[in-house]
Write a protein that binds this ligand. Structure first.
Ligand code: ADP
Ligand code: MG
Length: 316
């Protein structure tokens, strides 16, 4: 799209503001391309995510939180690979150029960028009938150390980095406009990428994925990519006390398994919890074990639990 004066000042005003210069950015926002100097010998990890208003986030959510969320969701993919965040680009399709909205959005975006230590180096700004935001992130890691989905092996423990189902509970509260614990609503609106844990898991995890579509769907991706099976202890899946109190155990468990949007990591490792803790990986929950056999077997499944879907499928 041709850059009009108004659009140019919008980019200047809201997106050219990131302070911390970085020698790796040879040429940032303002030219036809950004130029970067990758660290010699490092592998580049690249991922893009698109968020559509009222599909991936509520259009009426605070713009500051939308800004944080779109970047943090992309950073979660870097976390899941064990990559160190470096640079990102932003494609914005806006319904209108509202100054208050843009200021809030940019504030949230850069707060997440600062926390994730990643620099905005370019993007694209257009007008559309619907608010659509794409973030492309690029990170680095030593060759051969990426945490892929394909490395799970029989005998490894299966872990998650934190309680699941909170985001789905938070979304339900947000939609019902019910008063509820802010922690649940924040779990949905303001997810935190597990960058430090992903980084520490290099060399310790056989496989890793971030849980964006629900534990069953995402663990299923690991099993398929690694050609292994697993035993999953449903009684060991960490849930949130407040979600259980508000919605009941069965609903909380159902959301943990199929709800999505939690952005915790699910990983496999030969190490037990004590050995992981000794390497700085604390607070993780062991939820099962990888085995040779095909498919996923549940242990401690409540008799009345029906698993209706294994996660969110955009084309279902
Ligand atoms: P071109 O028309 O050459 O593709 P644009 O007019 O789209 O360039 O963008 C001008 C400059 O502003 C480019 O450097 C581009 O990367 C940057 N830019 C455009 N939109 C954004 C945005 N939303 N965030 C960050 N940088 C942006
Ligand atoms: Mg150009």
């Amino acid at each position: 799209m041709q850059t009009s004066g108004r659009e140019f000042s919008l980019i200047e005003r809201y997106f050219r503001q990131q302070a911390s210069p970085d020698a790796s950015v040879v040429l940032g926002i303002g030219d036809d391309c950004a130029l970067i100097m990758p660290t010699p010998g490092m592998q580049q990890a690249i991922s893009i995510d698109t968020s559509i208003a009222d599909r991936h986030f509520p259009a009426d959510a605070p713009p500051y939180l939308i800004g944080r969320r779109v970047l943090n969701v992309s950073l979660s993919d870097l976390a899941a690979m064990g990559a160190t965040p470096r640079w990102f680009t932003l494609a914005l399709a806006l319904v209108e150029a509202d100054d208050d909205w843009l200021a809030g959005f940019a504030g949230g975006l850069f707060s997440a960028a600062e926390a994730g230590d990643i620099r905005l180096i370019g993007g694209d700004t257009t007008r559309a009938g619907q608010l659509v935001i794409s973030t492309q992130v690029q990170g680095e890691l030593p060759p051969g150390t990426a945490l892929t989905r394909a490395g799970a092996q029989a005998g490894e423990h299966i872990y998650v980095t934190g309680p699941l189902g909170l985001a789905a509970a938070g979304l339900a509260l947000y939609r019902q406009q019910r008063d509820g614990p802010q922690a649940l609503v924040n779990a949905y609106l303001d997810p935190q990428p597990q960058l430090a844990t992903g980084h520490r898991l290099r060399g310790l995890a056989g496989s890793c994925i971030d849980i964006s579509d629900g534990l069953l769907a995402d663990l299923g991706h690991i099993l398929a990519a690694s050609a292994v099976g697993a035993e999953l202890d449903l009684a060991a899946v960490p849930l949130d006390e407040q979600a259980i109190r508000l919605f009941g155990y069965r609903q909380a468990l159902q959301w943990a398994l199929t709800g999505g949007d939690d952005y915790q990591l699910c990983f496999t490792s030969r190490l037990d919890r004590a050995a992981l803790a000794a390497r700085g990986i604390e607070g993780v929950c062991r939820i099962g074990q990888i085995n040779q056999a095909d498919g996923l077997v549940f242990v401690n499944r409540p008799a009345d639990l029906t698993i209706t879907s294994t996660g969110f499928d955009h084309f279902a």
